[in-house]
Ligand binder design. Structure first.
Ligand code: C5P
Length: 202
């Protein structure tokens, strides 16, 4: 297995209020933390997507930015780990865990997942309509690992939007398994999240 990384950093940060990838965390830009985790975890190289130093242009949707990264992957890549610049605290150990499961060779995709601690409710406007059972549900993270052939096939199979790449594999009939994620591998979505990440880093 020869695996590369793709870091997607081309989001507009609509919920955050500004593009997130260039924000600093502990003196290091978010996108660089994501790249470093992949490199430390054994990636042969990392394709960076977004308007950041060394980045290639992304697309309108996350999946379009991943597609741009896939198109730029070196030809010797058999596998790829796709990681959000918005998750700057993933460890190299997590990268190795995803890659090791992928190296077993029996699945198309591997995603980190953690159990859900909160009670889940469905809402309509301000009304709480029902409680959704947590049974059998997990929350997933990046980096997600793929066979390059499977991820390219999944991207070619449809053009519907997706919030992660594992979803494309699921829709294409491929196999996805999970490994344990990290509670510290939080996603920077809202401005408050950056202060929480700073605290975790300390
Ligand atoms: O917007 P959200 O936080 O869900 O984005 C997840 C990741 O995908 C971020 O790292 C963001 O920069 C990236 N992204 C992208 N291109 C887009 C949208 C999101 O690279 N068009």
């Amino acid at each position: 297995m020869i695996f590369y990384g793709i870091v997607v950093a081309a989001g507009r940060g609509e919920r955050f209020g500004e593009p997130k990838a260039g924000l600093m965390l502990g003196g290091v830009p978010l996108w660089k933390r994501a790249v470093d985790a992949l490199a430390e975890g054994g990636a042969y190289g990392v394709v960076l997507v977004g308007s950041v130093p060394g980045g290639i242009p992304g697309g309108a949707r996350r999946r379009d930015s991943v597609a741009a990264g896939l198109a730029a992957l070196p030809h010797d890549a058999t596998h790829v780990l796709v990681h959000d610049a918005a998750r700057p605290l993933a460890s190299a150990a997590l990268v190795r865990r995803v890659a090791s499961r992928l190296a077993e060779g029996d699945v198309d995709a591997v995603t980190p997942a953690i159990s859900i601690g909160d009670t889940l409710k469905r809402i309509a406007g301000e009304r709480v309509v029902e409680t959704v059972s947590r049974e059998g549900l997990v929350s997933v993270q990046t980096p997600q690992g793929f066979s390059v052939v499977a991820l390219r096939s999944a991207h070619a199979a449809d053009d519907d939007d997706a919030t992660d790449d594992a979803q494309l594999i699921e829709r294409d009939g491929g196999s996805v398994v999970f490994v344990n994620g990290e509670s510290g591998n939080m996603k920077i979505t809202h401005p408050d999240d950056l202060a929480v990440a700073e605290a975790l880093l300390r």
